[in-house]
Every structure is written in structure tokens, then in C-alpha cells.
Write a protein that binds this ligand. Structure first.
Ligand code: SAH
Length: 372
């Protein structure tokens, strides 16, 4: 490479977005493409990638592994559920776990994953660990997809300030040919296909240098189910679990029940409000009439349709308003949450005030009448 040309580039090479973000985005795009349910990040460091992945709605199990417990603990609190997760539980379930241990050791908690990511990990491994790595990841864990990224040393000449390696803890940095022959041998041994790509484009005219970060995407050639792997591969647990968060989910009956109760009361309140407004229309107050009409038109149309079609009209009797459960169940959100009318009845039993025959939600409006 021409030295002047090289020096010129060392001044200006700066990746935007930064290279680590481009690597994370690469994984995110893979997740969008393959929709894995279970993802493990090996050498997860401060859990930044895991944090990003917890927002991918297809993922139900996220696990991180690192040999350094302290670095994992730095930001692991960011993986905990937020108040909003409790207030509005998601329809999917999500469990996030962090393990302290080495990729040179097998642990049954790493079985059954669909996607395993190893970003900028292998160059940190001692020779003995690197030797064991393929058997642990491809032989034992055997996920459907493995992503491995590592620095491409051919790019180093363009990076300002890089003498031998990009990081003092790196045990080696490989050229494209070195990485590819290592990866192809693994793919051959463990029956995977592998494709090479990367992030961090080389400058125009220097394409031969390759990407700044080289990436191998391995896809398992043979089918395998999580259960069969686990039963066939008994091993002792060697990793230490340092963090576990189970996110609130509507798949959990107690969160589903809360959500259904909230939605039933909310829907019943709206219906009641509409009913009371309707009654006001019969009074001689034209100002009130137009106010209530404008805010409730859409809702009234829907309700009117229901009532005509299914004879499920809410009614007032003395100081009580009755909203039939069948009417409430017809509302899309309640319907989607419960699935069946029987389930709705079961979930709200004893939690919502009902009419004596249990067919309607009941409100006492005595005090509301007084206020008016
Ligand atoms: N994957 C992260 C961090 C890369 S740095 C990212 O892309 O941002 C490499 C990480 O691998 C460090 O956190 C280091 O502690 C961890 N590591 C090194 N040797 C390891 C081993 N044998 N097993 C598991 N993790 C290891």
C-alpha cells in the first residue's frame, strides 16, 4: 500500500455509526430475518447487545455469558423490567439470564438456543480456550445460527494509533484468509454452512482490504429440536447465574387477570357514560346534549350496532346501572385478551361487582346522581 495514501486515510477513517453499533445492528437485522426465540450472547461484556435485543418482539429467552462477572454487573440493571412493563404486560414472555463462566466450558443452561452471537470474543481467548470453543459452541450448544465477528488485521494499517492489536487484551488478530480458513474448517467439522461479510466499509479503491470487522454467519445444516438436544447431552452445571429477570407477560395468568379486570371496568365505564349521556339527551338542556354527542359518536355507533344485533342493551334500574358481560365481551380488546366468554367470567369472578345472576357488571350511581 502506498504510504502517503495510507497516512491520508489514517487521518479520516471514522465510522458513523460507530463500529460496535454497526455490529449490534447487524445482529438485530439477523434477528428480524430469522426470528429466533432463544438468543445467547457469548462474551456479552456490559450487556449492551442484550439490552438492544430485549426489544425484539420475537425473542422469549435471552442469555448472556462472560468470564468477567464485574463487567456484566455494571449495567445489568438495565435488563430488569420497568414499571411500564408491569402496568402494560406484553403478550410475549421474556426471561433474561446472565451467567458467569467461560466459553471453553459446557453448561446445560446453554442448550436449546436458536441464535448464538460471539461479537469480538474469539480474539480475547487464550490458545487453549480457542481450541475448545468450536466443540462447546458448534458441537454442544449446536444452535441453528452462530454469528462470529473479529477484527480484520488487514484493516489495521488504516486505523489511527493501532500498533500491534486494536486492544491490549487481544491474543491475536486475523487476516481475512486466516479467519475464513478457521471458520470453514469448523463449518465442515460440525455440519454448518458459513458465509462471510462484515461491517466498516474500506475506502473506495481499497476494497481488497475487506471490512474493518469481519463476520462469519454459520447456519446449521441438519435439523434439531431443543428438547432432543437437552435429553441427549447431560452435563453438570458449571456456570454461575448472576442475574435473572422474568418479564411480566399476559401468558402468566395473574397478569392476564389484572389486564382483563382493568379492561372490563374501563369498557363498562365507557358504556355507562354513554348510557347516562343518552338519558341526558332527553332532558331539555341543548348545550349538554351537543357536548355529550360529539365526544361519544363513534362509540355510540358501535354500541348501537351491538345492541340492535345482539339484544345486549345496558340498562338502569333504580340506582344501579347494568352492563351485560356479553356486550363487554364483544369489544375487540376484551375479546382478544380472554379468548372465550367462559374465560372472561372465570377471570373476573369475585373481582368485579356483578348482577345477582352474574350476567352483567353493576355500578351504583346513587352518588353520581347526587353530584349532578
Ligand atoms: N461482545 C461484546 C464485548 C467484546 S469484548 C461487544 O461486542 O461489545 C470481549 C468480552 O469477552 C469481554 O467482556 C471478556 O470478558 C469476554 N471473555 C473473554 N474471554 C472469555 C471466555 N473465555 N468466556 C467468556 N467470555 C470471555
Amino acid at each position: 500500500m502506498d504510504k502517503n495514501f495510507q497516512e491520508e486515510f489514517t487521518q479520516i477513517i471514522k465510522f458513523e455509526p460507530p463500529l460496535y453499533r454497526q455490529r449490534y445492528q447487524f445482529v438485530k437485522d439477523l434477528v428480524e430475518k430469522y426470528k429466533p426465540k432463544k438468543v445467547a450472547d457469548l462474551g456479552c461484556a456490559d450487556c449492551s447487545l442484550l439490552w438492544m435485543l430485549k426489544f425484539c418482539r420475537c425473542i422469549e429467552v435471552l442469555a448472556g455469558l462472560d468470564i468477567c462477572a464485574n463487567i456484566m454487573k455494571e449495567k445489568m440493571h438495565t435488563l430488569s423490567p420497568l414499571p411500564v412493563d408491569y402496568f402494560q404486560p406484553s403478550e410475549r414472555s421474556l426471561t433474561v439470564t446472565l451467567h458467569h463462566g467461560s466459553v471453553a466450558h459446557k453448561d446445560p443452561c446453554m442448550l436449546g438456543f436458536d441464535l448464538v452471537t460471539c461479537l469480538e470474543l474469539i480474539e480475547h481467548l487464550e490458545e487453549s480456550e480457542l481450541k475448545k470453543f468450536p466443540e462447546v459452541v458448534f458441537g454442544f450448544m449446536a444452535p441453528r445460527i452462530v454469528v462470529i465477528s473479529t477484527p480484520n488485521c488487514e484493516f489495521n494499517a488504516l486505523l489511527p494509533g493501532v500498533k500491534l492489536y486494536r486492544h491490549p487484551d487481544h491474543k491475536f488478530e486475523w487476516s481475512q484468509a486466516q479467519f475464513q480458513s478457521w471458520a470453514l474448517e469448523i463449518a465442515r467439522c460440525y455440519d454448518y454452512s458459513v458465509e462471510f461479510t462484515g461491517v466498516g466499509q474500506p475506502p473506495t479503491g481499497m476494497e481488497k482490504i475487506g471490512f474493518c470487522t469481519q463476520i462469519g454467519v454459520f447456519v446449521r445444516k441438519y435439523p434439531q429440536t431443543g428438547e432432543s438436544v437437552q435429553s441427549e447431552k447431560p452435563t453438570e452445571a458449571v456456570y454461575k447465574t448472576v442475574f435473572k429477570a422474568v418479564y411480566p407477560s399476559l401468558k402468566d395468568e395473574k397478569y392476564l387477570q389484572n389486564a382483563v379486570i382493568r379492561e372490563v371496568i374501563f369498557t363498562a365505564q365507557i358504556i355507562k357514560h354513554r348510557l347516562m349521556s343518552k338519558r341526558e339527551e332527553y332532558s331539555d338542556d341543548p348545550e349538554r346534549k351537543s357536548k355529550s354527542q360529539s365526544s361519544m359518536d363513534c362509540f355510540s355507533d358501535y354500541l348501537e350496532k351491538l345492541v340492535v344485533e345482539k339484544n345486549m342493551e345496558p340498562f338502569v334500574s333504580g340506582n344501579e346501572v347494568y352492563i351485560p358481560l356479553a356486550t363487554i365481551f364483544s369489544f375487540p380488546k376484551v375479546n382478544r385478551l380472554c379468548g372465550t366468554f367462559e374465560k372472561l367470567c372465570k377471570l373476573i369472578a369475585g373481582k368485579v361487582t356483578l348482577s345477582s345472576d352474574g350476567s352483567a357488571v353493576m355500578f351504583n350511581i346513587e352518588h353520581e346522581n347526587e353530584e349532578n
